[in-house]
Design a protein around this ligand. Structure first.
Ligand code: FMN
Length: 337
């Protein structure tokens, strides 16, 4: 048994557990549906972090929350369920229902940079009101008893200079976990040069929190650099999972001092076929998501991506992928010079 701290489980006060501290980052429009099944079936994840569920007009009915959570619970893995909104009481009530449905932890999204979301005052806009974060986490704690709660933040809305006030507000509420993406909300996903320094600052400001780092984690080496420079307690890579679905496995292997095992060409095409086949099970599904995964796996310049891009629907995309059998997949999948 390795003693690497990221390989240790997190056991919450209610006995529910996260198996390690290397978890998939939430991605709206990605970490759902066919992606869940393709990743879960291969053992590429050992827990799920849902994309945000917006709580706006009222607390959703229990049956609706169950319907939303079910695909994640169905994987048999622990689930961190993420909610977003501006009404503390509604968020707290929703969190309690999600726990009763089997969520391992309920996370408060204070990070989303979508113009629509922040235009409505939610997501990352909440960082502008640090007291609200404390109040809402307190309300969630009150409603959820000894079940786990967490918060996902960025280092600021306009500027990283806002981080001390945000961190103080988070710390005051003592959430079980904190997830921190090193960009500001205004920076969206643009490249920045000092992400790790900012996260190291977050570490200093949140000394007694279990802190997960987020931002530009594309390889096991990126995760190692974040561990060394920021002393985070865990990581939640997100976009990197589209380029390398086995990224979390690579990071686990790194923690065991084992080299990564790159996906073979056959495994890549198989993954994509799985995504396409599972997408077809949803009424009205199109092949947009297949293209998105192909772009991540092979690159937009690859012959396979270009072939898929000419497909007009999911049926054609499936046919295209089926033609790329085990013998031809490596050639079709190779990036063009
Ligand atoms: C398509 C997409 C959807 C996302 N959806 C969510 C979300 O629902 N909730 C959330 O907290 N973060 C969301 N994120 C942010 C990621 O979880 C992560 O914090 C961010 O992408 C930085 O990590 P990365 O560089 O490893 O991708 C999303 C990111 C992307 C690219």
């Amino acid at each position: 048994m390795s003693s690497h701290p990221w390989l240790q489980p997190i056991v919450f006060a209610d006995g529910r557990t996260l198996p390690t501290r290397i978890l998939p980052g939430p991605m709206e429009g990605v970490t759902e549906g066919s992606f869940l099944s393709a990743m879960s079936r291969r053992g590429f994840v050992n827990a799920w972090f849902t994309p945000f569920l917006r709580i706006s007009t009222g607390v959703p009915r229990r049956s609706r929350l169950q319907h939303w959570l079910q695909p994640f619970l169905h994987t048999g893995m622990p689930v961190i369920a993420q909610i977003m909104g501006i009404d503390s009481a509604k968020l707290a009530t929703t969190a309690a229902i999600l726990h009763s449905l089997g969520a391992t932890c309920v996370d408060l999204n204070c990070a989303c940079p979508s113009p629509t979301v922040i235009g409505n005052g939610g997501g990352g806009k909440r960082l502008c009101e640090p007291d609200w974060i404390t109040r809402t986490l307190d309300a969630m704690r009150e409603a959820c008893g000894n079940h786990a709660i967490s918060v996902k933040i960025r280092v600021g809305f306009d500027s990283p200079a806002e981080l001390p006030a945000i961190a103080e507000a988070v710390r005051a509420a003592r959430p079980d976990l904190v997830f921190c993406h090193f960009r500001t909300v205004r920076e969206l996903y643009r490249p920045i040069s000092d992400g790790l320094q900012r996260l190291a600052k977050a570490r200093d400001l949140l000394p007694d929190c279990i802190l997960f780092g987020s931002g530009d984690l594309f390889t096991a080496d990126d995760a190692e650099a974040m561990r060394q420079q920021c002393a985070v307690d865990g990581v939640i890579p997100a976009r990197g999972l589209l380029q390398n679905p086995a990224l979390l496995r690579d990071i686990h292997d790194h923690c065991h001092n084992r080299p990564p095992t790159p996906l073979s060409d056959a495994e890549r095409i198989d993954f994509l076929r799985d995504i396409a086949a599972a997408s077809g099970q949803r009424p009205g599904a199109n092949h947009g998501f297949v293209l998105r995964v192909a772009a991540g796996l092979y690159g937009r310049d690859s012959a396979l991506f270009r072939a898929l891009a000419t497909c007009r629907n999911l049926r054609m995309a499936n046919e295209c992928l089926n033609r790329a059998d085990a013998a031809t997949a490596p050639r079709i999948g190779k990036d063009q010079p």
